[in-house]
Design a binder for this molecule. Structure first.
Ligand code: NAD
Length: 267
């Protein structure tokens, strides 16, 4: 492992445009379950996955009813409350790399806003964020605090509406069957086409179209692809990644960053 950490640090220092891709695994050490790991939500409860597929069609069919269900607490929430979750050493390590000017963007599948809380600024939330609302028509995002949901419900004015174009708002989270918001998708593909190093942390890389990003980078050639994950993934097995550092992101990412600092001093 020490050899691989050294190898990753050297590759990162040599890169000129590094980006990070993250998934649910980077947040398990913050107490948020992943979906497909050994203790994942879907692994333990396959019916929860089936329920999750219903949310987007329910919203498009009847946004008012969808909001009533959310506000009444009847809506199924596979992750539970994330209010008290805090970023861990893995999130902070990526912020450190960004501050060093090495990491140019972090593209996450996570909806928990922990990269934002840790201080990542060049952040693309591919599957949206639980802490925002989004207009499906013009993609404007809003802080939910802008709306008084109780009042809207009492006055029979649900769903909340976009302040730009008056269309119904939904959670920014991208549900199954829902297209990835065009603005985020375009920027993410552009990053995958520009990077010369991709650091992939805590994702099974089983969810598309996100899982296309490493494949796009691999097809270009000349891009170093490094994985940090608790177990081998499809990217490992298919040879998409150059190598895997197997273990916890909260331990391995800070160890890489410490060595990056040392290597930069020596060079
Ligand atoms: P996934 O559940 O499919 O895979 C997570 C991977 O991370 C697994 O391979 C697991 O073994 C590994 N892992 C778990 N803990 C780890 C740790 N401490 N260190 C290193 N590796 C670890 O997750 P995914 O690929 O992100 O796909 C799940 C989808 O569900 C995503 O689209 C995401 O939007 C959503 N999701 C988000 C959250 C969140 O926001 N925190 C949590 C669960 C699911």
């Amino acid at each position: 492992m020490v050899d691989l950490i050294e190898r990753a640090a050297r590759d990162i220092v040599r890169s000129s445009y590094a980006i990070a891709l993250t998934g649910a695994g980077i947040s398990t050490e913050s107490g948020i379950a992943d979906f497909r790991g050994p203790s994942g939500v879907w692994t333990k409860n396959p019916e929860a996955e089936a329920q999750a597929y219903r949310s987007y069609p329910e919203f498009t069919r009847d946004p008012k009813r969808w909001w009533e269900k959310q506000l009444s607490g009847q809506a199924h929430d596979p992750l539970g409350s994330l209010e008290h979750a805090r970023p861990n050493a893995g999130h902070h390590a990526l912020v450190d790399l960004e501050k060093m000017g090495i990491l140019k963007a972090t593209i996450t599948q996570n909806i928990d806003a922990l990269h934002e809380k840790a201080g990542s600024t060049h952040l693309l939330e591919f599957h949206g964020s639980r802490s925002k609302l989004r207009c499906l028509s013009c993609n404007t995002r809003f802080n939910p605090n802008v709306f008084d949901f109780q009042k809207l419900q009492q006055e029979d004015r649900l769903p909340p509406r976009c302040l730009e174009c008056n269309q119904p708002l939904k959670s920014d989270v991208v549900y199954f069957g829902e297209p990835i918001p065009a603005d985020v998708a375009e920027k993410s593909y552009a990053e995958a086409l520009q990077c010369d190093l991709m650091l992939i942390a805590g994702t099974s890389a089983a969810v598309y179209p996100f899982a296309n990003l490493p494949r796009i980078a691999r097809e270009r050639g000349g891009v170093k692809i490094i994985e940090v994950n608790a177990e081998p993934t499809l990217l490992t097995k298919e040879g998409i990644s150059d190598y895997l550092l197997q273990g916890k992101t909260g331990e391995i990412l800070p160890a890489i960053v410490d060595l990056v600092r040392e290597v930069r001093v020596v060079n």
